[in-house]
Design a protein around this ligand. Structure first.
Ligand code: NAP
Ligand code: HSE
Length: 440
């Protein structure tokens, strides 16, 4: 019988503690599936005294993740601390240099330093596995890296952040405030240590850059992704979307275009009866458009300890079985630079919510500015003070919300029309602009 695989775990928070629970759970089944036993033998966290709801008494304790990473008593180093710099980066590098395979759930680290870490793993003939870094329990990394290795991929897109989808769902369905929903997402262990990464779209961008690398052979590069988050989405937008037959989702989209690989993250209005609109709560969904057959969609829990631990343990299982692939599915030297696609070229419908000054001629001015940019309107809704959705209209003579839905146009045209309307001084405040995607 092969000797047990000895695991050293840095980080015993939401994910780390769940990994210990899962490995300690049905040991016989895990041993049978991996062909050898898997044992957590050592761990590291900031506070050795914290009650984590797991038994740490038999684990060798380290205060320094880098020392754990090179300890001769471990075979695999599992990094679950988070953060795109040290100690995570230094510890992962040290482990790879010491010829220990690494498993991490840290998308921030990989989106910034993934290329150099993957090269280090290749040089040292060890694995760098990161299934848990994108879409929680959904095996999308393996699907892109191995399952679809014979196919040409045209597009990968989906809901990649559980916290944002949870917040949008509860705001829409239960009319709760953004702040209350975020607090619940933090309590449930979905949000990042700094939830700005979730709500401003950076977490989705980091995950998207990893998926784009696996799908298209680009170098994972967060800075190549256009990013907008959900913090500006108001109850008025969710209400208007509902009335107009849409839902708002934070989507990450990586698509092959004639100008290169476009990567973007932004709130998107999707038709209420589309498949992606049915994905609610902390659930994630990733769709892959491939040549030769209908799109492939994977749906499942995108965050939380148990869901994420499933992917971490699956990665450890591969190492136990002796499976090693190039971290990004091909040699790092074969990956190409990812350019940033300008959003001005983006084509599609737009939702525009303006606070229009309540005086004669305002509607005509707005219509003229849109017409100048050849923008056709699918619908215009003008709220009256005191009506549903007109909550932003504060006083009897104050501005009133006007909601415009355009037919397909370009982002450049929409931005130019809005700038002209602003110069005309017929609106107050910053207009809200949400892209509409009908073919999801
Ligand atoms: P967490 O609950 O905040 O846990 C972080 C752990 O790292 C804690 O145990 C903490 O120690 C330890 N740690 C932090 N800084 C350290 C340092 N300098 N030295 C030693 N230990 C340190 O975070 P998490 O939610 O488990 O997330 C961990 C990683 O998984 C992150 O990269 C995250 O992006 C990723 N991830 C999380 C989820 C999720 O749903 N939560 C899903 C997918 C991926 P103490 O406990 O002593 O403070
Ligand atoms: N904070 C992340 C999310 C964790 O909410 O999706 C999973 O990567």
């Amino acid at each position: 019988m092969t000797a047990p695989l000895k695991v050293g775990l840095a980080g015993l928070g939401t994910v780390g503690a769940s990994v210990v629970r899962l490995i300690e759970g049905d040991r016989d089944a895990l041993t049978a599936r991996c062909g050898r036993a898997v044992e957590v033998v050592a761990a590291c966290a900031r506070d050795p005294k914290k009650d984590r709801g797991i038994d740490t008494s038999k684990l060798r304790w380290f205060d320094d993740p880098k020392k754990l990473a090179v300890d001769p008593g471990i075979d695999v180093f599992v990094e679950l601390m988070g953060g795109d710099g040290d100690p995570a980066k230094a510890a992962v590098e040290a482990a790879l240099r010491a010829k220990k395979s690494v498993v991490t759930a840290n998308k921030a680290l990989l989106a910034k330093h993934g290329l150099e870490l993957a090269a280090l793993a290749e040089e040292n003939y060890v694995a760098l596995n990161f299934e848990a870094a994108a879409a929680g329990a959904i095996p999308i990394v393996k699907t892109l890296r191995e399952g679809l290795s014979g196919n040409t991929i045209a597009r990968v897109y989906g809901i990649l952040n559980g916290t944002c989808n949870y917040i949008l769902t509860r705001m829409e369905q239960e009319k709760l405030s953004f702040a209350d929903c975020l607090k619940d997402a933090q309590r449930l262990g979905y949000a990042e240590a700094d939830p700005t990464f979730d709500v401003e779209g950076f977490d989705t961008a980091q995950k998207l850059s990893l998926l784009a690398s696996l799908a298209f052979g680009t170098k994972a590069d967060e800075s190549a992704v256009y990013v907008e988050g959900i913090s500006s989405i108001s109850p008025a937008d969710l209400e208007a979307a509902e009335e107009l037959g849409y839902r708002i989702k934070l989507l990450g989209v990586a698509v092959r275009t004639e100008h290169g690989i476009e990567q973007r993250v932004h709130p998107t209005m999707v038709p209420k009866d589309s498949a992606i609109a049915q994905v609610m709560g902390v659930t994630n969904a990733v769709t892959v458009d491939v040549d030769g057959f209908a799109p492939l969609t994977l749906v499942g829990p995108g965050a939380g300890g148990a869901a994420t631990a499933a992917s971490v343990v699956a990665d450890i299982g591969d190492i136990a079985r002796g499976v090693r692939t190039h971290p990004f599915g091909r040699k790092t030297s074969d990956l190409s630079a990812a350019g940033k696609a300008p959003m001005q070229r983006h084509e599609g419908g737009y939702y525009i919510r303006l606070m229009a000054v309540d005086k004669p001629g305002t509607a005509a001015t707005i219509a003229t500015r849109l017409a100048e940019q050849q923008i056709s309107m699918e619908s215009i809704v003008q709220r009256h003070r005191g009506t549903k959705g007109g909550a932003d209209a504060k006083s009897a003579s104050g501005p009133v919300p006007v909601i415009l839905i355009t037919y397909a146009t370009t982002e450049d045209a929409v931005r130019q029309a809005i700038d002209a309307v602003k110069r005309d001084k017929v609106i107050s405040g910053e207009p809200q602009l949400i892209r509409i995607e009908k073919n999801r």
